[in-house]
Write a protein that binds this ligand. Sequence first.
Ligand SMILES: [Zn+2]
Ligand SMILES: [Zn+2]
Length: 98
Amino acid sequence: MGKIKGCGNESCEAHKKKITYKESEAFCSKCGSPLVYVCKDCYTQLPDYTEKYCVRCLAKHEDRKNKAKKVGGGALAVGCVILTFGKKALDVAKKIKG
Ligand SMILES: [Zn+2]
Ligand SMILES: [Zn+2]
């Protein structure tokens, strides 16, 4: 996926409507301003356009990815623990009760 551009002119219709342009385009078709790289999510102008998203949105996306991983791995780990230690845990519970 390519990066996207947007109009950096805050008073321009394209900027207000968050209209995006292809990377190959250089100027805004509404006002003629030079296009800038913008965040795919929030249209914030990107000073460093090595990423498709601004720092904030990038963090949000990474967060979501990590959470998905954690949930999947966590459930698996819990399952293993129950399988491995389930019996022992039961014994311990009995001892505590008794
Ligand atoms: Zn414009
Ligand atoms: Zn953003």
